[in-house]
Design a binder for this molecule. Structure first.
Ligand code: HEC
Length: 114
């Protein structure tokens, strides 16, 4: 194959995998490789396994709530606002609410009064 054909094949394959919605996964942590994933990996595996993170699903607000919970009760430090924004965007984009959530949310009837 000459270089032009190779490049064309490469581009075509790239389009195919994009069309199939293929997501590249970091073999070490299991994190989806997407914008800022390395920052999330470094930050969110400092205290626990990445498995705890990738088993979770949530909207941006849910993820923010989890971070605030860890900050209030689990010794998680404060992030610079720009960094928190990057982390939340990564999490809400790659681990949004969906069918494969590990369990259903609790019924409002089971939640503490507001
Ligand atoms: C300072 C330590 C620390 C860091 C850093 C940390 N966490 Fe946690 N996190 C905890 C602890 C402690 C728990 C509770 C672990 C357990 O229950 O075994 C936890 C639990 C969780 C859970 C499970 C919550 C649940 O409902 O059970 C998720 C999801 C999570 N962390 C996500 C993250 C994400 C995302 C980041 C990066 C922004 C992160 N963690 C960084 C300490 C940390």
């Amino acid at each position: 194959m000459n270089a032009t054909v190779r490049r064309a094949a490469f581009v075509a394959l790239g389009c195919l995998s994009l069309a199939a919605g293929a997501r590249e996964i970091d073999p070490e942590s299991g994190f989806v490789i997407d914008k800022n994933w390395e920052e999330v990996k470094a930050t969110c595996t400092a205290c626990h396994s990445s498995k705890l993170v990738i088993a979770q699903r949530g909207s941006r607000a849910t993820w923010k709530g989890i971070i605030r919970w860890m900050q209030a009760t689990q010794g998680l430090w404060q992030f610079e606002p720009e960094m928190e924004d990057r982390i939340l965007t990564y999490l809400a984009t790659n681990y949004p609410p969906g069918k494969d959530y590990r369990r259903k949310p609790l019924s409002p009837l089971l939640m503490p009064p507001q």
